[in-house]
Design a protein around this ligand. Sequence first.
Ligand code: ZN
Length: 241
Amino acid sequence: MSGDESVEGALVLFSGGQDSTTCLAWALARYERVETVGFDYGQRHRAELDGREALRTGIAALGGWRGTLGPDHLVNIEGGMTAIGETALTGAMEIAMTGTGLPNTFVPGRNLLFFTYAAAIAYRRNLKRLIGGMCETDYSGYPDCRDDTLKAMQLALNLGLERRFVVETPLMWIDKAGTWRLAEALGGERLVSLIVEGTLSCYRGERQLRHDWGYGCGTCPACRLREAGWRRWRERFPDRE
Ligand code: ZN
């Protein structure tokens, strides 16, 4: 099955967060064979990684995509990331803005690493499309989320692996309100609830406090972004129900 090049295959960079979960549904709605890859890099909070399998199962059932969803690949790069340096995501620091205008959660070039690993897996699995939830619209200034970066990455991978990969970023030009809207369009209220219940954006990994937009501390930058997007989405479409 993995060697059949006549099938349109995709590999989704799937962290188990809101964005990559929406991307997984997007890919399942489009392609005949979809696999996922996740990275264990010693995240401060393992909640997101731990929830991945339940999300995969839930999405596959909800969209009638059981036959489309293939295996998950979990790559442990913790040793490498730790060696590169301590940041707020992996270390014990508090989240803060740094002098460069980037939050200290930034792991330099993280997405470049992820795509390189993903391409190596996709090469072996004969999957043409590499799909990630990067977004330039309300991103936190991460240069490796930029559209130009990912277009250059596609070119580098195609040259370096001598394959025709297509890097796709369905969330690149939409905001968080648009991401909620997209999830609803792809899987209705059931996908929205799955994302609310099963994904955690919170930098602090808060799993006890439940809001209408999901779990989280409600005050860290990731919670604030998620909540603001949810509110804008509900306000923009007040007559949805
Ligand atoms: Zn939070």
